[in-house]
Design a protein around this ligand. Sequence first.
Ligand SMILES: *[C@@H]1O[C@H](CO)[C@@H](O)[C@H](O)[C@H]1NC(C)=O
Ligand SMILES: *[C@@H]1O[C@H](CO)[C@@H](O)[C@H](O)[C@H]1NC(C)=O
Ligand SMILES: *[C@@H]1O[C@H](CO)[C@@H](O)[C@H](O)[C@H]1NC(C)=O
Ligand SMILES: *[C@@H]1O[C@H](CO)[C@@H](O)[C@H](O)[C@H]1NC(C)=O
Length: 206
Amino acid sequence: MSVVALSALLAAAASVATAQVTNVSQQFPATPLANKHFSYPSGIPYKADQDDLLRGTQLGYNICNSTTEGPDSLCQTAFVNHIDDWCVWAPATPNETIADTEGEEVAWCTKPGHGTRLIPAGAIKGVQFLVSPSYLEVLAFIDQTMLNLQASDYGGELDPHGADLRGNPLGGLMYSNNLPQSGTGDNNSYTQVIEWHKYVPSRFCV
Ligand SMILES: *[C@@H]1O[C@H](CO)[C@@H](O)[C@H](O)[C@H]1NC(C)=O
Ligand SMILES: *[C@@H]1O[C@H](CO)[C@@H](O)[C@H](O)[C@H]1NC(C)=O
Ligand SMILES: *[C@@H]1O[C@H](CO)[C@@H](O)[C@H](O)[C@H]1NC(C)=O
Ligand SMILES: *[C@@H]1O[C@H](CO)[C@@H](O)[C@H](O)[C@H]1NC(C)=O
């Protein structure tokens, strides 16, 4: 969020403070995002972050399906499964930077079926998928301008913590059907990824 937008939010918050359900001058949620665990799919709430605090409210939603899929999707539930089946976080509107939109990124995935946006054809220039005993890693070269990022943006780091513990993006969730620790890798049962990190320059890594 830009400084200007934050100032506007604070000014708006001051004028309607008595009407707020939650205290918008507070920064921290009662439960940090990284402590919120939801079983897939039925345990996932519409929004993982239902607070209205200093950084505002969650932009999108976490229940994602065929009705939410497409170029306007605001789905904030992402996946890392296989080399042909993973998602990145990127801005919802064109010509942005990660620094200005880190709290508001939405999921862009390699294939349909997750209720998200799709990474446009031609955006991925190369990809490596690493399966270790402890983690999965996608390393890819991407034309970031096809994901609403300015060509010159040097990106940033996103994770489910953030300075205020609401995560970047706020309410962002990640799941996998291929975590090394969770057994079968049968592509059917999804486990929530509790710790994830995403780096977003044109050489992107999650
Ligand atoms: C709102 O939160 C701030 C910061 O924690 C606190 O100082 C203030 O007293 C709270 N206001 C209300 C009305 O609870
Ligand atoms: C599909 O997702 C939308 C948006 O989150 C939700 O309102 C709707 O209930 C979902 N539909 C089903 C069948 O789960
Ligand atoms: C993208 O944003 C930059 C900086 O805000 C601006 O200078 C530029 O004109 C914008 N480009 C487009 C195509 O909107
Ligand atoms: C799981 O899906 C991947 C492709 O996404 C495929 O290569 C693999 O064979 C599948 N595994 C099983 C057990 O079906």
